[in-house]
Design a protein around this ligand. Structure first.
Ligand code: PEP
Ligand code: MG
Length: 648
């Protein structure tokens, strides 16, 4: 029998219990009561009199409107397959004065859930669970969220995440129940649904949210009782928090050590919010996505493609990115098992970076997406910075227009590299890495759209600003310009003309500057196949994009990951062509996609004659050790002299 029909044929059950809780049914006991009610499938109502009015016992907003003082007889009704258990559990909860019921076989205690996922960054992590995306709780009509629904989802999600962070900071103080009340209200469809309905009727998200809040606040403001009027100010604070997010005002980072669950996470949001998280789980996402490569570079355990489930009321989780599982609300036995595994893993220790000097012919450079990656990292372990992803380093439209802000970031790179080359890639923003006010919203196929140099050339004044900042950094050390998503030789000619203009203007102003080498990313198949036609100073192969364009398989599509095999013959043949062209022309060439950090690929890449790799900080120790082992191999191995000379 279908669950709904089954529920409908069950008779209603009733129960009642005397409320003895000092202070009556205020915020904390109401939250507990709604949590217990929500753990049952049946519909459940509560009333402060046998004749009603009855309100939804799963809605904190509705339960609070009962304004029930102590020594009131509370009544419960339920309808559905587990109605009897629900009414009994609620009566027991009230009878046991809430806290005691929790200690006894608490019916509302969230059950342990095991959700399958795909490991995108290895490791184990445990911590408080933060649902970053309210989209985990609400979807627009037909499951396809509209732009305004998405905005409201994101704002509510960000506000909840902030509140979860504040809860942990508040500990056992008086602030804790207030914050818990605000979180419960944000999870309550009675509070949020009117705003979603207003959006469906055509209102923008901001107006829809303000109107829904005004109605709710009026209800609380009318209360004669001082306690409920005090809740009005808590609600106002909660509403304003969401409004601030809708207005795009500052996000508070999530507490260090949290486990973040989101539908998906654009790289900029990861860098703003989740840098200090303990682990990440995404319902969508893929191993090749930008955020996955950021997590790997940070050494943060991450799962993608995680099974969906209702996670309201769950407060902690384990990311098991070894076995590909998100374990939510693990019980004591599982926790002990995980702790033991983590202890053993910790005892084994992370791979120590090989300090053995590498063959002079092999360059290992660093990919940098955030300046924090350089903190504590020994520059002696690499041969410079092979890829600085400026669209992630800077991340705001304001920085795009500011030469000074950019120069500060580039100076840090150049000073860290201490005389070694630093390849600063011009902005590679696009639908895949959106930047407010710069990228084009709603492109139907962003990977094939206005990305990288295509977008930069549409905004030449911004590109000029960036080139000036890089040229000024070149006065401090060997900063170089790397241009992404190049398709035609003409694009490189136009960038070179802008670079000349930047150098002339700096000279005319008497600004200290250097002449940066100008190179291109080779990641578009036609550019790879016609590489001889490009006038550049160096080449850097972007295997992440090159593979996705050669295979017509989006790097964000987890289901297509088997098509994206980096070792398939056509990919290797394309790389070979680029390397041979570089060797023949005496141009430095390296590869800066994820393939360079994958030990399985190193022998093949070296055999193709490639002698330059650029990898994330997370991969650097492994790659150095793998190269040292290959170097120690008998002569004739992959490190034998490349055909046609060296690519140094
Ligand atoms: C690539 O495409 O291989 C690359 C290094 O650039 P990104 O991952 O930033 O697109
Ligand atoms: Mg790329």
């Amino acid at each position: 029998m279908n669950e709904r029909i089954q529920d409908a044929v069950f008779p209603r059950t009733r129960s009642s219990a005397l409320l003895t809780h000092a202070g009556g049914l205020h915020a904390r006991p109401s939250i507990r009561l709604t949590q217990v009610a929500k753990s049952f499938r049946s519909r459940v109502w509560i009333a402060a009199s046998a004749d009603g009015p009855w309100v939804d016992a799963k809605s904190i907003a509705r339960v609070m409107t009962l304004k029930t003082p102590a020594h009131t007889q509370l009544h419960f009704q339920a309808e559905g397959g587990d109605a009897l258990e629900a009414t009994q559990a609620l009566a027991r909860l009230v009878h046991n004065d809430f806290a005691k019921a929790r200690d006894a076989q608490a019916p509302g205690h969230p059950p342990c859930l095991r959700l399958r996922g795909v490991a995108a960054s290895p490791g184990l992590a445990h911590g408080p669970l933060v649902l970053l995306d309210d989209g985990l709780r609400h979807e627009g009509a037909g499951g396809r969220a509209t732009g305004e629904v998405e905005r409201l989802n994101a704002a509510i999600g960000a506000a909840s995440a902030e509140l979860a962070t504040l809860t942990r900071r508040a500990g056992e103080t008086d602030a804790e129940p207030i914050i818990a009340f605000q979180i419960a209200m944000l999870e309550d469809p009675v509070v949020t649904d009117p705003a979603y309905q207003a959006i469906a009727a055509g209102a923008p998200a901001g107006r829809a949210w303000r109107k829904a809040m005004a109605t709710l606040l009026a209800e609380y403001g009318r209360a004669g009782d001082a306690y409920f009027r005090a809740r009005e100010s808590d609600l106002r604070d909660m509403g304003e928090r969401v409004s601030r997010h809708l207005a795009g005002e500052g996000l508070v980072p999530i507490a260090p050590g949290s486990i973040i669950l989101a539908i998906d996470l654009p790289p900029s949001r990861f860098l703003e919010l989740a840098w200090d998280a303990a682990g990440i789980a995404l319902l969508n996402g893929s191993v090749q996505s930008h955020v996955a490569l950021l997590a790997r570079s940070r050494g943060l355990p991450m799962l993608v493609n995680v099974e969906a489930a209702d996670l309201r009321g769950h407060v902690d989780a384990w990311v098991d990115a070894e076995d590909g599982e998100l374990v939510v609300s693990p019980d004591a036995e599982r926790l002990a098992h995980f702790d033991e595994r983590r202890r053993r893993r910790g005892a084994a220790g992370p791979a120590a970076p090989s300090r053995a000097p590498l063959d002079a012919d092999v360059r290992v450079m660093l990919n940098v997406s955030d300046l924090r990656e350089l903190d504590g990292l020994d520059a002696g372990l690499c041969d410079g910075i092979g890829l600085a992803r400026t669209e992630l380093l800077l991340r705001s439209h304001d920085a795009l227009g500011s030469e000074e802000v950019q120069l500060q970031a580039y100076r840090r790179l150049v000073e860290w590299a201490a005389g070694k080359p630093v390849r600063i890639r011009t902005f590679d923003a696009g639908g895949d890495k959106p930047l407010d006010g710069y990228t084009v919203p709603g492109e139907s196929n962003p990977f094939l759209g206005l990305r990288g140099v295509r977008l930069s050339l549409l905004h030449p004044h911004l590109l000029l600003t960036q080139l000036r900042a890089i040229a000024r950094a070149a006065a401090l050390g060997p900063a170089q310009v790397l241009v992404p998503m190049v398709t035609s030789p003409d694009e490189m000619r136009r960038v070179r003309a802008l670079l000349e203009a930047a150098l002339q203007s700096l000279a005319a102003e008497g600004q200290a500057h250097g002449r940066p080498a100008l190179g291109m990313m080779v990641e578009v198949p036609v550019a790879a196949l016609a590489i001889d036609d490009f006038e550049v100073d160096f080449l850097s192969i972007g295997s992440n994009d090159l593979i996705q364009y050669l295979t017509a398989a989006s790097r964000d599509a987890a289901a297509l990951s088997t098509l994206q095999d980096p070792l398939q013959p056509a990919v290797l043949a394309t790389i070979r062509k680029v390397v041979q062209s570089a060797l023949a022309r005496g141009l430095p060439v390296d590869l800066c996609g994820e393939m360079a950090g994958d030990e399985r690929c190193l022998p093949a890449l070296l055999e193709l004659g490639l002698r330059g790799l650029s990898v994330s900080a997370g991969a650097l120790p492994r790659v150095r050790s793998a190269l040292a082992a290959l170097q120690a191999a008998p002569p004739g191995g992959p490190l034998a002299a490349p055909p046609g000379g060296s690519s140094a």
